[in-house]
Design a protein around this ligand. Sequence first.
Ligand code: PLP
Length: 230
Amino acid sequence: MNTREEIKTAIDRITRELGGRARLLAAVKTVPPEYINYAIDCGVTLIGENRVQEVLEKYGKIDRTRAQLHFIGALQTNKVKYIIDKVDMIQSVDRATLALEIEKQAAKHDIVMPVLVEVNIGGEESKSGIRPEDAPGFCAFLATLPHIRVSGLMAVPPKSGDQEKNAEYFREMRKIFIDISALKVHNVYMEILSLGMSGDYPTAVENGSTMVRIGSAIFGARPKAATEEK
Ligand SMILES: *Cc1c(COP(=O)(O)O)cnc(C)c1O
């Protein structure tokens, strides 16, 4: 875990690198609330949590007046009810059962939940995300749900370490994003393309990302158990 000074330096550097081309979301799995609030003091306005448990533990301790909270991790359908009134966006919607539960819970709270469709761009069996070829149809389906607002796409490409390979995945995502925009489906808004993490965000931004999700490059290495998901 980085010191406060290291966190501030990293946020300043990344913000400079992004140069207004993409928004910075701080991915905060395992990060304690006081460090999250410090990141908010340093100018972070988007916070991303992966686990329902962490959302619940930290809720009330994070300064939500200056930052939005996005859910970015794998989400079990039966846990939607715990977070529906605590998050500003769900970035990881990848199946109809999950969407229908979000619709139901959002209706109960009389809210409209912005969502991103998670795409399994690398076609990895172990990963969540809808198949690329199914993304347009899935967006059209979501558009029929009155308490969901489709606001874009998200992906976590395979860990390769090869920036050229990652760039290809990002370009494929950009193409799907543009193709869906071109369909002009009522109630589908392709505004956010959430791509890029600590290891590849400059490549993601070069290839069309409008929101990067950065954890370790801001907060330092996570405890090992936390890095072994997805
Ligand atoms: C952990 C996580 C990130 C950030 O990963 P880093 O490599 O630490 O930047 C981004 N997106 C998702 C979905 C994550 O789970």
